[in-house]
Design a protein around this ligand. Structure first.
Ligand SMILES: O=C(O)C(=O)C[C@H](O)[C@H](O)COP(=O)(O)O
Length: 218
């Protein structure tokens, strides 16, 4: 048993967030000046829940800028891989945390820091370890490479209380195959921000990709 458990209220907060949109854009923001117009385009397109990955030098400042300037955006940090990153993401204003994997330090760290977290898992055993801490909402990463919809369907039987945000290899062509599963709460992906549109600062184009993604699931 763990000393303290992940609170049920955080599970509810995650459920409330994912109810806002079926897709969570996974963003790597290289240029700080792109942060606000990019986030605004995604919010305008109907995708308000954003995962800003800590994969660029600008990431933490991007989180700060979007939290301050983009009304309606719900900003979380992604690629959080250790408790140092976790604290930096919280200090920048992240409302929630996504991780690619689930270390005991991170699982305990989010509870200690009092922030909702969606840990990444790839196997049932990793998931069960996180469930011992009280977690019930997971990123399934890397979704396509780890078994795709087949593994999620198999997990639904023994673990009906668990819901997933599959991420990694999700595209418009296969997103609905995931979204129609009972244990999929949303999907994540980078397809909303293709390099060519980002380089061209084509915010209208990104808004249209978001609009299309918004209507993926009725
Ligand atoms: O960094 C993290 O925290 C991740 O989980 C990785 C991202 O989710 C994937 O890189 C998205 O994969 P694609 O949508 O296939 O490009």
């Amino acid at each position: 048993m763990t000393a303290s458990n992940y609170p049920d209220t955080f599970i509810q907060q995650i459920d409330d967030l994912v109810a806002l949109a079926p897709v969570i854009p996974v963003l790597k923001i290289e240029h700080l000046e792109d942060a606000v117009p990019l986030a605004q385009a995604l919010v305008d397109g109907g995708l308000p829940v954003l995962e800003i990955t800590l994969r660029s030098d600008a990431a933490l400042d991007a989180i700060r800028a979007i939290c301050k300037e983009v009304k309606g955006a719900r900003v979380g940090a992604g690629t959080v891989t250790n408790v140092t990153n976790l604290q930096a993401a919280i200090d920048a204003g992240s409302e929630f945390i996504f991780t690619p994997g689930a270390t005991p330090a991170l699982l305990a760290g989010a509870i200690a820091a009092n922030i909702p977290m969606v840990p990444g898992i790839q196997t049932v055993s990793e998931m069960m370890t996180a469930m011992d801490f009280g977690y019930r909402r997971f990123k399934f990463f890397p979704a396509a490479a780890a078994g795709g919809t087949a593994i999620l369907k198999s997990i639904a039987g023994p673990f009906p209380e668990v819901r997933f945000c599959p991420t990694g290899g999700i595209r418009p062509a296969n997103a609905n195959e995931y979204l129609c599963l009972s244990n999929v709460m949303c999907v994540g992906g980078t397809w909303l921000t293709p390099d060519d549109l980002l380089e061209a600062k084509d915010w209208d184009g990104i808004r249209e990709l978001a609009r299309a993604a918004r209507s993926l699931r009725g």
